[in-house]
Design a protein around this ligand. Structure first.
Ligand code: ADP
Ligand code: ADP
Ligand code: ZN
Length: 214
């Protein structure tokens, strides 16, 4: 099964993608996580991506498309994968089409986690990310057992720089301009699945599982 996640930043794509990956035994591929790991490790890619991410903009297509095409061609993706945070632009969606065609398959579902902007602001403001393993929490909706400490690895939890209010507005604007048109793109292909992302994490996952019906 080959899936992509659509939705505004903070809509809950990562949260749901992890659950789907676990339930269906397919790798979860988050381009945001890949960029953050590259920044942490001080790679050339990380250096190039950082300024765009800090400003709440998108990293240029040419830095992300080949990276994803290579990743989905790896052995662990042979039975499927779930992409989280890619594609984010029409050219990226076209590059993905070409990459899956090369592998002799197609995108089976585009899961659109639908959440209005008013809810997003609270989701991103309350998100906390682990500096060690990248696990995410929410101070209200998914708090760690000990405040400020990761349940998984014991390291510190922080508010991502790009989750600060001044950047969130820019990310939402970029989402509406560049990423939202993908909803139409996948609807036309007949693979769009929209779920109500305002419900609890378990309810959203229940709706996805029901609609996947596998
Ligand atoms: P969120 O989960 O909040 O939507 P991500 O972790 O997916 O955020 O992405 C963080 C940042 O990384 C984005 O704001 C953007 O700058 C960059 N990024 C991630 N994926 C892509 C992509 N497919 N194209 C361009 N930029 C990306
Ligand atoms: P995205 O990957 O789309 O940027 P995340 O999965 O990181 O979004 O979720 C953003 C924040 O909202 C996180 O702090 C997460 O714990 C929280 N969250 C995710 N889904 C829900 C939900 N259904 N209800 C309440 N909070 C949620
Ligand atoms: Zn951790």
């Amino acid at each position: 099964m080959r899936l992509i996640m659509l939705g505004a930043p903070g809509a809950g794509k990562g949260t749901q993608a992890k659950k789907v990956a676990e339930a269906y035994g397919i790798p979860h591929i988050s381009t945001g996580d890949i960029f953050r790991a590259n920044i942490k490790n001080g790679t050339e890619l990380g250096k190039k991506a950082k300024s765009y991410m800090d400003a709440g903009g998108l990293v240029p297509d040419e830095l992300v498309c080949d990276l994803v095409a290579d990743r989905i061609a790896q052995d662990d993706c042979a039975k499927g994968f779930i992409l989280d945070g890619f594609p984010r632009t029409i050219p990226q969606a076209e590059a993905l089409d070409a990459a899956v065609a090369k592998l002799g398959c197609q995108v089976d579902y585009a899961v659109n986690v639908d959440v209005p902007d008013s809810v997003i602001v609270n989701r991103m403001g309350g998100r906390r990310a682990c500096v060690g393993c990248g696990a995410t929490y929410h101070i209200e909706f998914n708090p760690p057992k000990t405040e400020g400490i990761c349940d998984v690895c014991g390291k510190e939890l922080i508010l991502r720089d790009d989750d600060k209010p001044e950047t969130v507005q820019n990310r939402l604007r970029v989402y509406h301009e560049q990423t939202q048109p993908l909803i139409d793109f996948y609807e036309k292909k007949g693979v769009l699945m929209t779920v109500d992302g305002t419900r609890s994490m378990d309810e959203v996952f229940g709706e996805i599982k029901e609609k996947l019906g596998e």
